[in-house]
Design a protein around this ligand. Structure first.
Ligand SMILES: Cc1ncc(COP(=O)(O)O)c(C=O)c1O
Length: 370
């Protein structure tokens, strides 16, 4: 009997499951010749801010560009330090680097999110801001981070690439600071058919600055107001995102259901530390961009699951930001280093079935009980 197969993420399903609708969307946009900066982008920007609870949003080429653009809009001087989590994509750090600042990665807590005490210890006379990453679809302790920022007169911006729809004390990811960036990379909870991103912002002046920078310095009236670049969201991607946003709440519910199913079956294994479960009442409403857990004998578990045709992934290829020593990072961050020896992500997306989750859980239990 051949083994069941559960890929980590089946990219082709993104296209195949909605092919008919996508073809009609592509035909509609293309027949009008409305490829760049037309109604589909404006419509999606409006829908995105309505959904995310922000006043404005700007469609951009990807979330990395989005972060770089809002940092440029804020105005970072050479030598300015911005504190980030060590458990984030290198993109968070590179956006700061390219905006002229210095990324300062700090340690994480047990949950993999930025550690509050570590933020306080990292503040220096050069610190200007904090850019927490709302990792795996879960928002950090923003009450504490906002309090630190206020006390030390620092700005907050968010890497919300993984967190559209997540809430903390009822407030949406991306709305806690000056601006934030969301990624629509295909494997994201709201994923499109290529690279795309969005910036969320509340302040009108800041919105205009971001808008100008993303389109060659031109404002909505078409007049050049400053130096800018090109990082625009394509109309076809925007139209696809509008279509997908309509069923986004269902997607989040399904991911939360899957997280609970993992929890119910794996919760009693002492060899694992699972992410917080959705059914627990807390300040957080998580969207489970990833289901990242910590596992004893992680590498052996990963090869065992691979032999069972179950795809898993170690985030960022297993390298935390401060471990990119070739880029000049020198810190030692013990919690992160420990976390990265154990972390692994199980399949978490709407393409997997309950049976798939059961098969994954049975296989993991088999691994530890052999
Ligand atoms: C936490 C985080 N930050 C930034 C990015 C970069 O997003 P993009 O690929 O849209 O530039 C990602 C995407 O994987 C991410 O997960």
């Amino acid at each position: 009997m051949s083994l069941k197969k559960v890929p980590f993420f089946e990219y082709s399903r993104l296209w195949l499951d909605d092919k008919k609708e996508f073809l009609s969307i592509i035909d509609n946009v293309s027949s009008k010749g409305a490829f760049i900066m037309q109604d589909a982008v404006k419509d999606f920007e409006l829908e995105l801010s309505n959904y995310a609870g922000s006043k404005y949003s700007v469609g951009v080429g990807n979330a990395t560009d989005g972060m770089e653009i809002f940092l440029e809009a804020i105005g970072i001087n050479s030598g300015d330090e911005i504190i980030i989590s060590s458990h984030t994509m290198l993109a968070t750090a590179s956006a700061i680097k390219f905006s002229g600042g210095i990324p300062i990665p700090v340690d994480i807590g047990e949950d993999g999110l930025i550690n509050i005490d570590a933020i306080e210890s990292a503040i220096s006379k050069n610190t200007v801001g904090i850019m927490p990453t709302q990792l795996n679809g879960r928002i950090c302790n923003m009450s504490a981070i906002l309090a630190i920022a206020k006390k030390n007169r620092l700005f907050i911006v968010e890497d919300a690439a993984q967190a559209l729809g997540a809430r903390y004390k009822g407030q949406h990811a991306g709305t806690f600071g000056i601006a934030s960036a969301i990624s629509f990379f295909p494997a994201k909870v709201l994923g499109c058919l290529g690279d795309a991103g969005g910036v969320i912002v509340n302040d009108k002046d800041m919105y205009h600055k971001i808008y100008q920078i993303h389109d060659h310095g031109r404002d909505i009236d078409g007049l050049v107001k400053r130096w800018g670049r090109n990082s625009r969201l394509d109309n076809i991607q925007a139209a696809i995102l509008s279509y997908k946003l309509k069923s986004y709440s269902d997607v989040i519910s399904r991911r939360r259901e899957l997280a609970q199913r993992y929890q119910d079956q794996l919760g009693s294994l002492e060899e694992l530390k699972l992410p917080p479960q959705p059914s627990i009442v807390s300040d957080n409403f998580d969207v489970y961009q990833n289901y990242e857990l910590q596992a004893d004998r992680r590498d052996d578990l990963q090869s065992f699951l691979s032999k069972k045709n179950i795809g898993t992934l170690i985030q960022w290829g297993g390298t935390a930001v401060h471990q990119f020593t070739t880029l000049g990072f020198k810190q030692k961050l013990p919690n992160t280093e420990r976390f990265f020896e154990h972390c692994i992500m199980l399949p978490m997306n709407v393409f997997i079935s309950n049976n798939d989750v059961d098969y994954i859980c049975e296989s993991i239990i088999q691994f530890y009980r052999r």
